[in-house]
Design a binder for this molecule. Structure first.
Ligand code: ATP
Ligand code: MG
Length: 258
């Protein structure tokens, strides 16, 4: 029996392409025959909406799961259009932070909840909020690896320090499995010299940890969420969609080495 590999998509910086990466990687993996569960760990619910699931109409969400009032099997829904399962989120999830304060082993809630469904999937992907909160900590404690999307901007490397330190701490104290599986260059524009330079710096610093696939800046990826779809489903022919399917194939190769 194979057990799902669990990855969170995290970067405490806002608007760097976490949600776009989560839903498009999920759709790309589904497209190449992988069984995928996508978990929205952000109260904004963008990954839920971007997978064609109306967050306002959900009866059960990841909130109920972390508070142990529902199982993953009860709370997940199928996105037929996207080809993967969704454990959704909405504003309610913001309350979990406070409600978990009283609870023992509160950072392990998601991990415990995922164990019973791990055999049903090849990949479980978790979209994190732009913070290093208890919600992100739950995602980090559940995961085998972290995918870090980043734009090749001037302060990109500096911004990584906090995240890298958090991952080290979680690895040392809470989750021995955790590692940075890779840095993903997103919204990339090769015509911008600075982006090329930062990309080269990234490779010099992180070597193998930088994914081969580069996600270009592509307007079709940005338009897709307003149709409630990942770009990979909305416009499979777009350059950005091709890149995410290629990234999915790279992930399948990477997990063979884990
Ligand atoms: P938050 O921190 O708020 O959760 P995020 O890290 O999840 O944000 P996204 O919502 O995925 O970031 O992306 C931010 C914006 O950039 C969105 O409008 C999205 O459509 C756009 N975007 C993401 N990736 C690309 C891309 N490769 N090309 C063009 N636009 C993109
Ligand atoms: Mg997001």
């Amino acid at each position: 029996m194979t057990m799902a590999k669990i990855f969170c998509v995290a970067n405490q910086k806002g608007g760097v392409g976490k949600t776009t990466t989560t839903v498009n990687l999920a759709a790309g993996l589904a497209k190449i025959g992988q069984r995928v569960l996508m978990i929205d760990m952000d109260p904004q619910g963008n990954a839920t909406m971007g997978s064609g699931i109306d967050k306002r109409k959900l009866e059960l969400t990841v909130y109920d799961v972390v508070l142990e009032s529902a199982s993953v099997a009860e709370a997940r829904v199928r996105s037929d259009k996207c080809g993967y399962d969704v454990l959704g989120a909405n504003r309610e999830l913001a309350g979990a932070e406070v409600e978990l304060v009283e609870v023992e082993r509160r950072e392990q809630r998601l991990k415990l909840a995922l164990a019973p469904v791990a055999q049903a999937y090849d990949f479980i992907l978790i979209d994190c909020p732009p913070s290093l909160s208890m919600l992100t900590l739950n995602a980090l404690c559940s995961a085998h690896g972290v995918i870090v999307p980043m734009q090749c901007e001037y302060f990109a490397l500096e911004g990584l320090t906090d995240l890298v330190n958090t991952i080290k701490q979680v690895h040392a104290n809470m989750n021995r499995d955790l590692q940075i599986i890779g840095l993903l260059r997103v919204m990339f524009d090769p015509r911008i010299t600075l982006q090329q330079q930062v990309s080269d710096q990234l490779k010099a610093h992180f070597g193998e940890k930088v994914f081969n696939t580069v996600i270009p800046r592509n307007v079709r990826l940005a338009e897709a969420p307003s149709y409630g779809l990942p770009g990979v489903v909305f416009d499979p022919a777009a350059r950005g969609s091709h890149a995410y399917v290629e990234f999915a194939a790279e992930m399948v190769e990477r997990i063979k080495k884990m």
